[in-house]
Design a protein around this ligand. Sequence first.
Ligand code: ADP
Ligand SMILES: O=P(O)(O)O[C@H]1O[C@H](CO)[C@@H](O[C@H]2O[C@H](CO)[C@@H](O)[C@H](O)[C@H]2O)[C@H](O)[C@H]1O
Length: 462
Amino acid sequence: MTLPLEDFLTGARWFGGKGRPLAVTGVRRLGLLGDERRGTGSPALALDLVTVDYSDAEGGTEYYQLPLSCYSEPQASLEHAAVGSTEDPDLGFVHVYDAVHDRQAMAHLLEAFDRQPTGGPLRFERLPGHDLDLGTHSTLFSGEQSNSSVAFGEDSLLKVFRKITPGRNPDITVHEVLTRAGSDHVAALFGWLESDSLLEGEVLQLAMLQQFLRTASDGWELALSSVRNLFAEADLHANEVGGDFAGEARRLGVALRETHETLAQHFPTRTRSTDEQAAVAAAMNARLDAAAAIVPQLVERVPAVRRVFDAAAGLTDVAVQQIHADLHLGQTLRTVKGWKIVDFEGEPAKPLAERQLPDTPWRDVAGMLRSFDYAPRVVERTYDDSDPSATEQRAYRSAEWSKRNRTAFLAAYAGRDLTPQENLLLAAYVADKAVYETVYEARNRPTWVSIPLDAISRVRPS
Ligand SMILES: Nc1ncnc2c1ncn2[C@@H]1O[C@H](COP(=O)(O)OP(=O)(O)O)[C@@H](O)[C@H]1O
Ligand SMILES: O=P(O)(O)O[C@H]1O[C@H](CO)[C@@H](O[C@H]2O[C@H](CO)[C@@H](O)[C@H](O)[C@H]2O)[C@H](O)[C@H]1O
């Protein structure tokens, strides 16, 4: 009896290949933890890596990590996480469950981070400065994530990477550097798990353990409630209502600037050659053409956007460094100790080699500016629009909220007026992100596509 892994993968919310024809063509055991003694009720935790081959025109191979809880007896309490039953080469006949749902299995992992066993096929790396709380139990985060996150009490958070790209994971690399540098703007990295076996000649990094931000509120949710407050007070301006966000936007600007400064001190920096800058603009134009083929409403807006990208092609002395590369309000957390930035993996859809290239900090700034445009537009959509004057009033106030927070964020980030070159570069990155968003929305939330399309309509070549 083999495990129905294709069904399991396609039903998992973190699986990136949904809707594509695929086959699981290999399963590789990276490690086994815990000893399942019959009758003890304690599971063995198998860390397996499955190879997924796609058979559509795009084709390609991906690897996904499956942490599996293996029991000799069925577990009624884990029925919701059942994968199937199988004759396992190491364990004999077992009932198998998705281990991130299983407190006993997660406890094996946490203990292993504490003990750091040597000699096995798995390496549990730790950074100094924090004693793990082993008296906690695990809770799986729910939510639209591309990985699986498990909190251990209020002490630590384990992010189990699902799609595994051979090579170092930028989320670990960047968190390690920022933690060692004492940055205030990330959750401290406690450690990570990697496999001794190489794939395609590269290391496999499987999970990251970090400080659990107990007092965190999601930046996106905070922005939405600020807009709701504004809309609830029909005769007040954004600076007069209780939930004004501009102070937070300013603090976010400072947090991003300081994060960029720390990254620039610890990773290589350089300026792009003229050829590289031209290639970046050409890639933006190519993305624009590809997006227009998918989102027809974009077609009439292509010439204006192209003029911005063409102007940006000629910019010189563009400084590049390590950045976040996928920044938006949903990647920020407000804690009692200020703003924290999470998820330094870069855009998951891009190949690792591309994600590892240095880029301009203005890409991150542009990502945040786009979020300040999104938040009020998303709230506007929740209102009934039967009263045209109320709808118009909300649209006006929406633009007011967005401008106020974009201005506060940018002023705090830059601390000075932007040069014409910086303005142009930023405009190009904002447009590029909005173009990307039209495709993202068309595929995922088609009724939201007007949000980036309207932003693109406002693009004016200077
Ligand atoms: N250290 C932390 N403490 C508490 N919550 C966190 C922490 N890091 C991330 N989160 C929250 O966990 C969720 C997933 O985090 P993220 O890094 O974006 O995962 P993914 O790579 O799966 O998208 C987000 O809601 C984020 O706000
Ligand atoms: O899942 P990721 O964090 O990699 O990002 C993807 O999903 C985001 C939505 O969660 C999407 O962001 C867009 O919508 C946000 C509101 O939901 C908004 O704040 C962002 O500014 C906007 O780009 C992101 O584009 C996509 O890559």
